[in-house]
Design a protein around this ligand. Structure first.
Ligand SMILES: [Zn+2]
Length: 416
């Protein structure tokens, strides 16, 4: 199972927007750019919403039928580990092996010795096409990378073998994620991690490193864009080298997690992808849920009342909602709009404050981040929320499609 060159992870928390999401991919297809949709949902999301991986599979299959989508598509067991992968085995054909927790754990000395022995071929000045300077890999650096990452690589291998044994002859795509940790991986570390994965025979097709800077949920990149761009280009060069020299799948590519809304990065990313003729997996999750809210608010009346209700409850449960996302959100409580003000807004105003348009003076990233993690409130509303999605469907679908197409697919994959 070969993952296509361009793919995009599209979360759909409540499983109702698949067809509207596909409409954005159909628009890309009409311009001659093929992008593969991947419906990703993590265990954390399933638990908060009360859904199962089979629900995601059903919603994906329904959307594909509704739009007569003829291309490939996948259902991603997003950020799974050995303890929770079981529930995803049947419904998923894409597995994101999250091994970030194992980073920095001291390895078994024998494993470390085996790693340094196998990879000592890289010691010296390693020239990689596309890099300005040769990589200077010393024995000490090699050992340090082993000490930091070998346990994580071994964990990925164990997890991969477990899934492969359980899936039998059913093919699946392997992603390895290391993004949910504290320290970014350097291009040299990325190279040695890929070499170690190759040695463990993990057929990784996409790897999500932690990049420099902050990738907060639902808002723009916070960091040095020039530095990110240099690092991204170096990583692309390393991935190309790994594909050609390490025996990893020819489809190997980078995955960018929390990839929605990173508007300042999209133009440099697009240029780099073109320069290296590289593929990309851009993973997004919660953006579509926010478009549901924007659609509901824009509809006015009951739709707006529901959106305001959700904000009211989210404010009251601020700590609880933010806790699981503490490392990927930055909310300044003092900048959140007062409930009394929000109650006085019309739908247009609510939508303008929530919608990620940095040129709009009403846009408030703190409001947006709080609602981003507030989907638990909507989940608890149950039928009331789901019925509203059906009732205001046309309004919502337009927002969902337009957001993916105009704000994400066009700048990242088409460069427009
Ligand atoms: Zn991630």
């Amino acid at each position: 199972m070969i993952l296509e060159k361009y793919s995009m992870g599209i979360g759909d928390r409540f499983g109702r927007q698949g067809a509207a999401q596909l409409d954005a991919f159909l628009r890309a297809q009409a311009t001659g750019v093929a992008i593969t949709p991947v419906w990703n949902k993590s265990n954390r999301e399933h638990q908060i919403i009360g859904t199962k991986p089979s629900d995601t599979r059903r919603a994906a299959d329904q959307a594909v039928r509704a739009r007569n989508w003829g291309g490939a598509y996948y259902v991603d067991a997003d950020h799974i580990g050995l303890t929770n992968v079981g529930a995803f085995l049947e419904a998923c054909d894409f597995f994101t092996l999250d091994v970030a927790e194992s980073i920095g754990r001291p390895p078994d000395p024998a494993d470390l010795a085996a790693f340094t022995k196998a990879q000592r071929r890289f010691i010296g000045a390693l020239s990689v096409t596309g890099l300005d300077a040769a990589m200077d890999i010393t024995a000490a650096k090699l050992e340090q990378v082993g000490k930091t990452y070998i346990v994580a690589v071994k964990e990925a291998a164990r997890l991969y073998r477990y899934i492969a044994a359980a899936k039998g002859s059913s093919p699946f795509v392997v992603e390895v994620s290391m993004d949910e940790c504290d320290t970014p991986q350097s291009p040299m570390e990325l190279l040695l991690i890929l070499a170690a994965l190759a040695a463990e025979r993990v057929p990784v097709q996409t790897l999500a490193p932690k990049f420099t800077g902050r990738f907060n949920k639902g808002v723009n990149y916070v960091g040095n864009v020039a530095q990110f761009t240099r690092e991204f280009e170096m990583d692309l060069a390393v991935v190309r080298y790994a594909r050609e020299q390490l025996g990893l799948p020819a489809s190997l590519k980078l995955s960018v997690h929390s990839g929605s809304d990173k508007f300042s990065l999209y133009a440099p990313m697009h240029r780099a992808l073109k320069r290296f003729d590289a593929g990309l997996h851009l993973k997004t999750a919660g953006t579509t849920w926010l478009e549901e809210l924007i659609g509901l608010a824009s509809a006015g009346g009951d739709g707006l009342a529901l959106a305001v209700d959700i904000y009211e409850q989210a404010l009251g449960r601020f700590g609880e909602l933010c806790k699981p996302y503490a490392t990927v959100i930055d909310i300044d409580l003092s900048r959140l709009p007062a409930l009394a003000d929000v109650r006085g807004w019309n739908g247009e105003r609510f939508a303008a404050v929530l919608r990620h348009d940095e040129l709009c003076p009403d846009y408030n990233p703190y409001f947006r981040q709080l609602l981003h993690v507030g989907y638990k409130i909507a989940a608890e509303m149950g039928e009331r929320y789901i019925k509203a999605l059906a009732r205001f469907e046309p309004m919502i679908a337009t927002q969902v499609t337009e957001n993916l197409w105009a704000r994400h697919i066009r700048p990242v994959f088409l460069g427009t």
